[in-house]
Design a protein around this ligand. Sequence first.
Ligand SMILES: Cc1cc2nc3c(=O)[nH]c(=O)nc-3n(C[C@H](O)[C@H](O)[C@H](O)COP(=O)(O)OP(=O)(O)OC[C@H]3O[C@@H](n4cnc5c(N)ncnc54)[C@H](O)[C@@H]3O)c2cc1C
Length: 540
Amino acid sequence: MSNLHQHDVLVLGSGAAGLALALRLDPSISVAVIAKREISEGSTLYAQGGISAVLDRQDTTESHVRDTLHAGGGLCDPKVVRRVVERGPAAIGWLLDQGVHFTRDANAVDAGGYHLTREGGHTHRRVIHAADATGREVETTLEAQARARPNIALYEHHIAVDLITAHKLGHTEQRCLGAYVLNRGSGRVETFRAPCVLLATGGANKVYLYTSNPDVATGDGIAMAWRAGCRIANMEFMQFHPTCLYHPKAKSFLVTEALRGEGARLLLPDGTRFMPQFDSRAELAPRDIVARAIDHEMKRLGAECLYLDISHRPPEFVREHFPNIHARCLEFGIDITREPIPVVPAAHYTCGGVLVDARARTDIPGLYASGEVAYTGLHGANRMASNSLLECLVYSELAAQDIAGALDRPVTDIEVPPWDESRVAQPDEEVVVAHNWEELRRFMWDYVGIVRTNKRLQRAKRRVDLLRQEIREYYGHFRVSNDLLELRNLVDVADLIIQCALRRRESRGLHYTLDFPHKDPTQRSPTILIPDAYVPRPRQ
Ligand SMILES: Cc1cc2nc3c(=O)[nH]c(=O)nc-3n(C[C@H](O)[C@H](O)[C@H](O)COP(=O)(O)OP(=O)(O)OC[C@H]3O[C@@H](n4cnc5c(N)ncnc54)[C@H](O)[C@@H]3O)c2cc1C
């Protein structure tokens, strides 16, 4: 098999953002979609709640815009919010055309007969869903459509190593030419060339010890874009979900807020209830307040987890209302009708990312970004529930429109050398990678998590600098592997989060620091980091 692949469009990532772009392109365009693991594996598959869009006659665009701006704590770009919200109903229509089945409501007089739920921050019912597994329905439907399209080649178990740019190859012009990709099956690095490349690699939440995200969420796209010369914005805004099941074998299982809505109480290890001391709404306070309170108590006590208890409600009630959580916890030997659930907060969503414009274009001509990897300006300082899948769909459509025009322009003939492995050896100490993975995720959790201070951030910065040096050395000497690539990316992303957090000298939205505990009305711009390799885009 050849080491060189040539396509019109290269899509890195096969979640909602990647597949939506591939399917939006004309069937005459040859597309390669690359996924680190199976095509379906990614955050999209695990999305539960649904997708927000103005579908009910009582609801309005103005209202969805207002709610999003409110949630974003003064940092959303109002033009972007309107752009996304206005395209919401058409994006849902497109999903229906692809064959996605949303939950119906026999009593619904409008919204096309679909059931709409209401989630935190939304003042109307506007979340369309497929029971409590919306992401699975969207992902598997789009995957089936992509598999049926002869112009789309799907490469599973392939991990992008780095973007190839003209600038990196010594040219003065800046342009994305493709990517080097490790074929995890053969262990060889292959060259994928394409005049248009989309980053759709998802978020970076695996940088923290506890996360609701699947293993693929290691911020690869953000790190690759940064190294290639793209500006990165707002990485200080990482969203944490307050309650994830704490069990060595229960990776990333969210315990829904609905449990607190039905009276569940948060307890310290000695059984004391603590939320009333933090907020008059106690367990029903907003997500970020609950997450901060749990974090505070865990750090104060040095506790590994706290507890969420609903066992005071009748067992039939608990089983009937929370069959999924009841069954899942039982698998781990926890009967929630009789005992409290061990919980920790978990990194859930990356609000910042690769800066893109209104056409999903990054700073590098030929390179686009969509989905959780991108910073569009929609979420500001805090993401409103169910706005993220919508953003994937809308920005991939915008990218598809731009790519259709871009492909008409002449293709660059810059020669791309194959990946050079002549000077590297087989890795001799995998333990270095495993150890550093663990160390990074733990100190990010302890020092750059839900509650920050300058001292903690500085401490984390010193450790990241050391790790980076070590990994750079290791990377230069040994053959690349999946774990090494992810670790290298995680360290870069950790550094970007710390840099952004150090720059924001206030508390706003998801960024909370004890050194500046209040919002500063003068700090209303996004935090933008400019890499050494940045070349301003020529005006068009
Ligand atoms: C538990 C959970 C519940 C959620 N619930 C909701 C919800 O109800 N509503 C909502 O709007 N949002 C929800 N979200 C957020 C939403 O699911 C994500 O933001 C969205 O799915 C991201 O889609 P994406 O296409 O950007 O990335 P993903 O779906 O994460 O896909 C990333 C893709 O990139 C690939 N990839 C990554 N790195 C590389 C690399 N180096 N090389 C090759 N491929 C790579 C992966 O293999 C994968 O295919 C939830 C998230 C989680 C984790």
